[in-house]
Design a protein around this ligand. Sequence first.
Ligand code: ZN
Length: 295
Amino acid sequence: MKTSLRLTALLCALLFTASSHAAMKALIVDGQNNHDWKGTTPHLKKYLEATGLFEVDVATTPDNKGDMSTFKPDFKKYKLVVSNYNGQDWPKETQAAFEEFVRGGGGFVSVHAANNSFPNWPAYNQMIGLGGWGGRSEKSGPYVYWEAKAAKVIKDIAPGRGGSHGPQHEFAVETREPAHPIMAGLPTKWMHAKDELYDRLRGPAENLTVLATAFATKEKNGTDRHEPMLMTTTFGQGRVFHTALGHAGGGKREAQQCVGFIVTLQRGAEWAVTGKVTQKVPADFPTADQVKLRE
Ligand code: ZN
């Protein structure tokens, strides 16, 4: 009798634990991208689900010969949308539904070339804060970079193109907001795996917080400036985490295998939904001089 009571209590405790940690529904959007989206979506899904916080669906648009008017995901079913998309405009109705989702408090994560998307969709550019390519220019908003001497973010309205990068290489990522929940506890400087170092991004940059930057050296055709790599914005009640990291193509995706990419994605996704981060920093996080990769 005693044993069965104990078993019942244990079972109740287990059930309670399981239900109190019910996964949040997340949606990855893909289908068009000048990057290997077919290879990276399963990778993003795997590591979002590895947190135990998310259960991830995927919504894939038609290809660029298909009928985009059929693309109408039900964003309302989700707490988080992650974009692995860089392609044709979505139908107006879908754009409106997405705006409503984020404005109403939905979380959004923009990965790498998702910030190339939709140069002519003002609300989307407010969400991502900064973007590149697609004809972006001074009309899109300022350049944003970190001025090391003054230790502050500069918004620069100088005319010029939005978005460029030199050859891929390993580079250091440096924290600029160490107390932010996404960054708290991470090393303040860590080596990122071979990636494109996006520079000259520009956009509305409203409600933008630059969490981390990387120095774009002239030797790698960079701007000689500390460029935003990890950012947050808010849009209405919604929180957005924007990682400029994560190039993938030609059968390679080491930029997304970087433990720094993975962990900041996981933490950024949680923060976008809840405003908090409960995840511990893993032991295999990269250091100031060592890149760390996972499968
Ligand atoms: Zn890329």
